[in-house]
Design a protein around this ligand. Structure first.
Ligand code: GSH
Length: 308
């Protein structure tokens, strides 16, 4: 077990095995969970419209939380109440997901069981796969059009997948897959190269906004579901760019990646100041959560939350 390395495909089983491996756990004890899921506890009185489940971090959960906050703001709390089930990054959280909820979901709701998941209680659907969850929520909270032939839906789907490609590059940057980043010093070594790759995506996204003369990605002046993950990925890079170090670890002049991309900069600022997302931006889920999950990968402790 100890000699095995983690790859994309085997990662989950191996991660579980490692979390249960007492010796390893003794070497690197998992941190105690700092937060409980406030939303989950506060809303036990009434059946929520939606339940989402994810690790207690931002990752793929962030855009889903933003969509849910948006829906709640627009439609009023009661109609769009949601529960945010957060699995802690320790043996308890791993147990609760892999040994309890996942098993139950496979048997009773969806054989593809994964996290993030979304339960739509009204429609009695359990949905997995991040992009499908955003698509479903986008229509339910009314930011996406319902007509499947609509231009907005097509633009939305393209941007959602383009952003997912960028997200997959981040995963290679922050987790210790073979031939990828395993330690903090490797992270610092690889970060400038990654930011170069990210700029290529930024160039495409900037051109897209220019081509359509849009502020947001799928509608000229209004938000669509793809915008939430687009915001999250740009926002993560606003943090990563501050971590660039010189060869000997010395501070270097801080970058401002968005200065070359005025439309992306405007998009980021517009999203950041939307009143619909105020509660989310003030939440600990945004301000304090780790951007990625390093505990379960049992590697270095990652670049950390964006506001230290
Ligand atoms: N393609 C899936 C990937 C989901 C995924 O990799 N989930 C990770 C966390 S980001 C996980 O730990 N899944 C738990 C599991 O495999 O049961 C999606 O887009 O939702």
């Amino acid at each position: 077990l100890g000699k095995k390395t983690t790859t994309d495909t085997e990662s989950v089983d191996f991660i579980v095995a490692r979390v249960y491996d007492k010796k390893r756990t003794n070497i690197m004890p998992p941190p105690q969970p700092k937060w409980k899921s406030e939303t989950a506890e506060n809303e036990t009185q009434q059946q929520p419209r939606f339940t989402m489940g994810y690790w207690q971090m931002r990752g793929l959960g962030a855009a889903i939380r933003m969509l849910l906050h948006w829906g709640k703001f627009i439609h009023g709390g009661a109609e769009m109440n949601f529960r945010d089930v957060q699995y802690t990054q320790d043996a308890d959280g791993v147990n609760n997901w892999f040994k309890r909820d996942k098993v139950d979901m496979i048997q009773n709701a969806n054989p593809l069981a994964n996290i993030p998941y979304l339960i739509d209680h009204e429609e009695k659907k359990t949905i997995v796969q991040f992009l499908c969850i955003c698509d479903h929520l986008g229509r339910k909270i009314g930011v996406d059009e319902k007509d499947e032939n609509s231009e907005q839906r097509l633009r939305n789907a393209q941007i959602a997948m383009e952003i997912f490609d960028l997200r997959n590059n981040v995963i290679r940057l922050v987790y210790k897959f073979p031939n990828s980043v395993r330690t903090q010093s490797e992270f610092y070594e690889r970060l400038p190269e990654h930011l170069g790759t990210c700029k290529k995506t930024y160039e495409k996204l900037e051109s897209w906004l220019q081509f359509h003369d849009f502020t947001y990605f799928a509608k000229k002046d209004a938000v669509s579901s793809c915008d939430f993950h687009a915001f999250e990925m740009i926002d993560q890079h606003e943090h990563y760019q501050t971590l660039v170090r010189g060869k000997d670890g010395e501070d270097v002049e801080k970058q401002d990646m968005l200065s070359e991309f005025p439309r992306l900069k405007k998009f980021h600022a517009e999203m950041r100041s939307r009143p619909e997302l105020k509660a989310y931006f003030e939440s600990k889920e945004y301000k304090e959560f780790q951007l990625n999950n390093h505990t379960l990968a049992n590697s270095w402790d990652g670049p950390g939350p964006s506001k230290r």
